[in-house]
Write a protein that binds this ligand. Sequence first.
Ligand code: HEC
Length: 221
Amino acid sequence: MLRGIVNGVLLIALLGSLGAVWSLRPDPARPNHEIFPEMVRTQRYNAFAANPNFADGKTLQGPVAGTIARGHLPLHYAATPADALRASEELKTPYGAPDAAVQARGAFVFANFCQVCHGSAGRGDGPVPLRGYPAPPSLLAERAMKMKGGQMFHILSYGQNNMPSYAGQLSREDRWKAIAHVRELQAKAAKEAASAPAPAPAPAGAPAAPKAAGNVPGGAS
Ligand code: HEC
């Protein structure tokens, strides 16, 4: 008797839930009920949209002062002649005796980032100065030959006069490797000059003063 009642109740419950499923079956074209719609669709600001949540009214926030990007150690120099001098005293190349891999990378970096201005041999006769950009002094001139690696690194990192900074494009390692290639070009030129029977031709466009604005080197070879 009791069993019959229980079975009856269960049957009614079953039919009731089937009926509920049937009558409440979701319309696939409409979204289901959302409990916290703000969490599903948060209010979002586009990167360059005005944003009242920040003091400066911008969405895109700069890094906090003192932030160090991964893999980028801070370089504590300024773009001043005094700091160029300090860098020339303090900074030493990690590639004093470059191996083949360093040399290959240095040649690659130089060909891609320096050659346009400095020329493939470093004579300052790349296509950019030949088209009117202030010609760089020859990297084979005495001044550059005697220039300490640290100073070159400062020039590559902070720029100098018409030479732009390459800190944004080249990692520190690549900057040092490019310098290693400059040293290689210089050593090659020195060796050629020493073995040449006649006095070696003066490197093209080698001005005495660092400011050589506008002079296009002649006798490019
Ligand atoms: C846009 C042209 C340009 C590019 C590219 C360029 N340089 Fe220069 N570079 C110059 C100019 C111009 C100067 C002379 C700056 C001055 O007047 O002080 C210079 C100066 C230098 C000096 C100092 C030479 C000296 O005797 O004073 C070095 C070293 C040097 N560059 C290395 C490099 C290296 C290495 C690269 C590649 C990472 C490079 N440069 C890329 C234009 C360029």
